[in-house]
Design a protein around this ligand. Structure first.
Ligand SMILES: Nc1ncnc2c1ncn2[C@@H]1O[C@H](COP(=O)(O)OP(=O)(O)OP(=O)(O)O)[C@@H](O)[C@H]1O
Ligand SMILES: [Mg+2]
Length: 326
């Protein structure tokens, strides 16, 4: 069951009109018998920060992989600014979509600056020949790339570490470096897969500010996160994936108060949920046997700190998966 509870925001007088940047329709991804993403539609408009949440294994990363050409979806189409995207990740980057990964992917033995320069290669025209002879045109392009990379390091607060090896950066800074590298391709849409995983509350707050700053530069953002406080503070709209299907979409306040979302996270069946009848029978049998059935009241509310995770307000009780399928 999918309910789109999105209420279009009233246009602000004088504000730039919002246009769709990303339009995904009917995206389905099957792995053998498993439907990891099931007929998902999602739009991200210019100027928006949209959140994608859902329990572990809900299909969030798989959906990102379908958007970015890493996977060829079994069904559905993905358009960027009105043009259907090819199923090739470098062409998707060239079109204007950049991403970071759930499991950090940097070149650990390259410097911070070099990592960002790698992210710029889709925007540089100089070919191999020009690079080999290192003529004046190549040198000019190289200087320009370096200047842009340094701007991005300033923007993400990493300029002082430009010559450090990526592997020597603390974890939070490695995540920032991934964002800087993604921005180096001059995207119109940035996809972030769990950008605050493993961060402390201060780092999470700094990341929130960074994402707002990215949006203020005219880049739309689609972000996956388990930290609900982060998501609900940050996003204009939130979509919830459960077992590959989009369950609810709406403003943070609509999504937070939807009983199906609470149920999806806490495992409590809502009225008419698939399997609700069976769960009620189990609860009745347990009560009869003298067990106390688990209720939502036994589980901390969604925005409560989970001790030991190092993040704030996470509902990711099971923790995030160590492995990503890309
Ligand atoms: N390449 C693949 N082959 C087979 N199954 C896959 C593959 N990639 C993902 N899956 C399965 O698809 C489902 C969705 O996985 P996905 O990683 O997209 O979830 P997720 O919502 O990102 O979860 P998490 O919050 O833990 O990161 C899981 O059951 C996963 O095992
Ligand atoms: Mg994931």
């Amino acid at each position: 069951m999918t309910t789109d509870t999105t209420t279009p925001a009233a246009p602000t007088p004088g504000a730039a009109p919002t246009t769709p940047v990303l339009e995904a329709t009917g995206v389905t991804m099957r792995f053998g018998g498993l439907t990891a993403v099931d007929n998902v539609a999602l739009t991200v408009n210019s100027g928006e920060i949209v959140g994608l949440i859902g329990p572990n294994g809900a299909g969030k990363t798989t959906f990102f992989n379908c958007l970015t050409g890493l996977y060829i979806p079994t069904e559905g189409t993905v358009s960027y600014k009105g043009t259907v995207l090819p199923h090739r990740s470098h062409l998707v980057t060239q079109a204007g979509i950049a991403r970071t990964f759930q499991n950090i992917r940097l070149f650990p033995n390259m410097t911070v600056l070099e990592n960002v320069l790698v992210g710029r290669h889709t925007r540089t025209k100089e070919g191999l020949f020009s690079a080999l002879i290192r003529g004046p045109r190549f040198k000019k392009a190289e200087r320009e790339s370096e200047a842009r990379a340094m701007e991005l390091l300033e923007f993400t607060g990493l300029a002082a570490k430009r010559d450090h090896l990526a592997r020597n950066l603390p974890y939070g800074e490695q995540r920032k470096l991934e964002i800087a590298r993604a921005l180096a391709s001059d995207p119109g849409l940035l996809l972030l897969d769990e950008p605050t995983a493993g961060m402390n509350p201060q780092e999470t707050m700094a990341t929130q500010e960074l994402v707002f700053a990215v949006r203020d530069q005219g880049i739309a953002v689609l972000v996956i996160e388990h930290d609900m406080r982060f998501i609900f503070n940050l996003c204009d709209r939130v979509a919830v994936l459960v077992q590959g299907k989009k369950l609810v979409e709406g403003t943070p306040s609509v999504v937070q108060s939807d009983e199906r979302v609470v149920a999806a996270y806490l495992g409590t069946p809502y009225e008419d949920a698939p399997g609700a009848e069976e769960a009620a029978e189990v609860a009745a049998a347990e009560a009869h046997a003298g067990h106390t059935p688990t209720t939502a009241a036994d589980t901390p509310p969604a925005d409560t700190d989970t001790p030991g995770t190092g993040t704030t307000g996470t509902t990711d009780g099971a923790g995030t998966k160590g492995e990503e399928q890309a």
